[in-house]
Design a protein around this ligand. Structure first.
Ligand code: CA2
Length: 143
C-alpha cells in the first residue's frame, strides 16, 4: 500500500482557534480526520507531521524519503514564502509533492503571493480550504 506524508509548518496547529474568517473554525485534528477518511477510500496510507521548525521539517522529509514514502502533501505555512531549504529538501527527495494553502495566497498580502517551495511541487492548490487536501491526495494516489 502506498503511503503519503502530510506535512504542516508553523502555526497550523492553531487552526480553528483564531482567524476563523481566513482559515475556518475546524482544527488540525479535524483536518487529519478528513484526510484519513479519504485515504481509506483511496486505499492508501497517510502519516502526519507538523512543526514550527524549518530544520525539523527538512529532517522529516529526508527520514520519510529514506523509509519509502510515496509522496508528500505539504503546507509549510509562512515557510512556503521564505524557505529555500525546504524547497531543496523536497527536490532532493525526488518524489511527487503537492502544495496546499487553505487560503488563496494570490489574493492576500504581497509577501504571501509567491511560494518558493511550490517550485519543487507538481502542483499548488490554493484557496479551496480543507477540500484542497482531499484533492491533493486524490492527485497523488492517481500517479
Ligand atoms: O493559507 C495557508 O494555508 C497558509 O499556508 C497559512 C499560513 C500562512 O503563513 C500562509 O501564507 C498561507 C499561516 C498559518 C497560520 O494559521 C493560523 C491558524 C489559526 C490562527 C492563526 C494562524
Amino acid at each position: 500500500m502506498k503511503k503519503f506524508a502530510i506535512l504542516h509548518g508553523p502555526n497550523l496547529d492553531r487552526l480553528g482557534r483564531r482567524q476563523p474568517e481566513i482559515y475556518g473554525t475546524a482544527t488540525l485534528k479535524d483536518l487529519e480526520k478528513l484526510i484519513r477518511a479519504e485515504a481509506r477510500r483511496l486505499g492508501c496510507g497517510v502519516t502526519f507531521f507538523q512543526s514550527a521548525h524549518e530544520g525539523a521539517l527538512v529532517d522529516k522529509i529526508h527520514a520519510l524519503t529514506d523509509h519509502g514514502i510515496a509522496g508528500f502533501v505539504v503546507n509549510f505555512g509562512a515557510y512556503s514564502h521564505t524557505s529555500i531549504a525546504l524547497r531543496d529538501a523536497l527536490a532532493s527527495a525526488n518524489l511527487p509533492a503537492i502544495e496546499v494553502h487553505i487560503s488563496d495566497i494570490a489574493q492576500r498580502e504581497e509577501f504571501r503571493r509567491h511560494s518558493i517551495t511550490a517550485g519543487a511541487c507538481r502542483a499548488m492548490i490554493s484557496g479551496k480550504g480543507f477540500p484542497g487536501y482531499v484533492e491533493a491526495l486524490q492527485q497523488l494516489a492517481k500517479l
